[in-house]
Design a protein around this ligand. Structure first.
Ligand SMILES: [Fe+2]
Ligand SMILES: [Fe+2]
Length: 254
């Protein structure tokens, strides 16, 4: 068992959203979708950190990155196994209608990272903020999961690891960049903010696109449908003779 030096608290924003999280997690189908998405995010994050272990020239960081990557893979498996157990308890009808595209950001945001372009300092700053965000989210998820003790236990266990990740990344950021660690943290904060804005703007644009297309469907299409129906009504039914000028012999195709 690891104990975190800094005890991450949930951010005010996450605490304000607690009722929303409670509502989301209460539904069993959404819970499965979120757990599966988290599993994917954790395993992807682990893969990125494994790449960071290959690239760093710092032996201490390499060992920590390897340990970190193993943790993230393990988290991914824990989420996947739990999703499988919850899924097996679902009635057959719900399984059939289950759609696995529920948008569920895991909190890490490691998907935003391009490992090959990062220095040790910038990577550690990014990882520190990502782990801090994950710890904040997982604190809330653990708290709203009273109705599902096994999932709650998973969040509690993972939260412990996320705190360790959050702490070691900050400690080693200060070690590798004693003069510039604050600047690295600010740059990482701004980068996360910008990417968050882009994600929000994309989601908003997609929602607006759907709304505009729906409005067009109900306002622009009906006149065309009405005109087509009117033209169909004017057509005389069945076979009818054609004019003599259009009734020449078939010497050409058109
Ligand atoms: Fe994790
Ligand atoms: Fe982590």
């Amino acid at each position: 068992m690891r104990s975190g030096r800094l005890h991450a608290r949930a951010t005010t924003f996450d605490r304000l959203l607690k009722p929303v999280h409670r509502w989301i997690w209460r539904n069993v189908e959404r819970r499965v979708q979120k757990l599966l998405r988290f599993s994917e995010t954790e395993i992807d994050g682990g893969r990125d950190i494994l790449r960071a272990a290959e690239l760093t020239s710092d032996p201490v960081l390499r060992r920590l990155y390897l340990e970190h990557a193993i943790d993230e893979f393990r988290h991914g498996l824990m989420f996947r196994q739990r999703a499988g157990s919850v899924l097996r308890e679902l009635p057959l009808r719900s399984k059939r209608t289950l759609q696995l595209d529920w948008p569920a950001p895991g909190g890490h945001g490691l998907d935003d990272l391009q490992i090959d372009k990062e220095s040790d300092g910038s990577l550690l700053a990014f990882l520190h903020l990502s782990e801090k965000a994950a710890a904040s989210r997982f604190t809330i998820y653990r708290d709203v999961m009273q109705h599902d003790p096994p999932t709650r236990a998973i969040f509690a266990e993972i939260l412990n690891d996320e705190r360790f990740h959050m702490n070691y990344t900050l400690t080693h950021l200060v070690r590798v960049a004693p003069e510039r660690h604050r600047r690295h943290l600010w740059r990482a904060r701004l980068s996360r903010l910008w990417k968050g804005y882009l994600r929000l703007a994309t989601a908003l644009a997609s929602a607006m696109g759907a709304l505009i297309l729906t409005i067009q469907y109900f306002t622009v299409l009906p006149p065309f449908a009405w005109l087509a129906k009117r033209a169909a009504r004017r057509e005389s039914p069945g076979w009818f003779p054609i004019s003599s000028e259009r009734n020449g012999s078939l010497r050409r195709q058109y």
